[in-house]
Design a binder for this molecule. Structure first.
Ligand code: ADP
Length: 273
């Protein structure tokens, strides 16, 4: 877990140079984890140009848990795609721990993403006929880790999300809340510094949604992972410590929630789903 050190960042970025004579990550200790400056994303050109984001400035410090809210079409997905290094701004700067992401090649962005960013989606996106354990191991297969390392890491991460004992169940044998916890374990198994969650409770009932949110709160508090979560639901946004409101491609609100007391999540056992 952690932010790119100069050494790790250089490995991720594959030797790009930003400033003559300077390590581009040398200042990363002093930078916020995320800094957007004047980020604009335009789709289309000329008369058809559509400003999905218009000059967004945003700082997110390491260890924050922020909710992103706003009406449909306000730019939430666009900003999440940029934060996740899946897309780049048309104009403006995106610094990830001091690294100018907008200057990276597609390959360098992919490496940064794989090493430091985990994703959780509304629809879980698990492989259907594959056990929870194997789903969680998948990112480690891509990293070339040994079977023994993968097994151990997946078991530990499933235990972390309260699913010890469920390793060999397939998604169909798990509740929606449990499936989302498997998906969170899959995102966490690589120890990312940043977790991006897009409507993680959108497919869940209220009780399961609360469980998933309690889990995210707990992961954030215990491991210090930075979480940015899109949600439409103010009840879910209330679990975050900060709520960022988008309207028409701009940030129109940025509020701190009062601290919550740290209620834990009880691990579920086979047969109690
Ligand atoms: P939200 O996630 O808040 O619903 P989006 O970021 O998806 O908003 O979209 C912001 C604006 O950008 C919307 O007007 C949307 O129609 C437009 N948009 C998003 N993606 C594309 C695209 N690939 N091509 C053209 N317009 C897009």
């Amino acid at each position: 877990m952690g932010l790119p050190s100069a050494e790790a960042g250089a490995a991720v970025a594959g030797g790009w140079t930003q400033r003559a004579g300077g390590d581009p990550l040398a200042t990363s200790g002093a930078s916020p984890m995320i800094r957007l400056r004047g980020v604009t994303r335009v789709y289309g050109q000329g008369q058809a140009a559509l400003y999905a984001l218009s000059g967004v400035d945003l700082d997110v410090e390491q260890g924050e848990f922020a909710a992103v809210m706003g009406p449909s079409g306000s730019g939430k997905s666009t900003v999440m795609n940029i934060l996740g290094c899946l897309d780049t701004p048309t104009a403006g700067e995106y610094l990830f721990s001091g690294i100018h992401v907008e200057h990276l090649s597609r390959d360098q962005r992919a490496r940064l993403r794989r090493k430091y960013i985990g994703f959780v989606f509304q629809g879980f996106n698990l492989l259907a006929r594959t056990s929870a354990q194997e789903n969680v191991e998948l990112p480690l297969v891509y990293r070339g880790e040994s079977a023994a390392q993968r097994h151990r890491a997946a078991r530990e991460t499933l235990a972390l999300v309260g699913l010890a004992g469920w390793e060999h169940h397939t998604p169909a044998e798990l509740s929606g809340g449990q499936q989302q916890r498997v998906a969170i374990a899959r995102a966490m198994v690589t120890s990312p510094a940043l977790l991006l969650a897009d409507e993680p409770t959108g497919n869940l009932d209220t009780a399961r949604s609360r469980e998933v949110m309690e889990l995210l709160v707990q992961l954030n508090a215990r491991s210090g992972i930075t979480i940015i979560m899109v949600t439409h639901d103010p009840n879910m946004a209330a679990y975050a410590r900060r709520v960022i409101q988008f309207v028409d491609g701009r940030i129109r609100g940025d509020l701190r929630n009062p601290p919550r007391d740290g209620a834990g999540i009880a691990p579920s056992r086979p047969g109690t789903a």
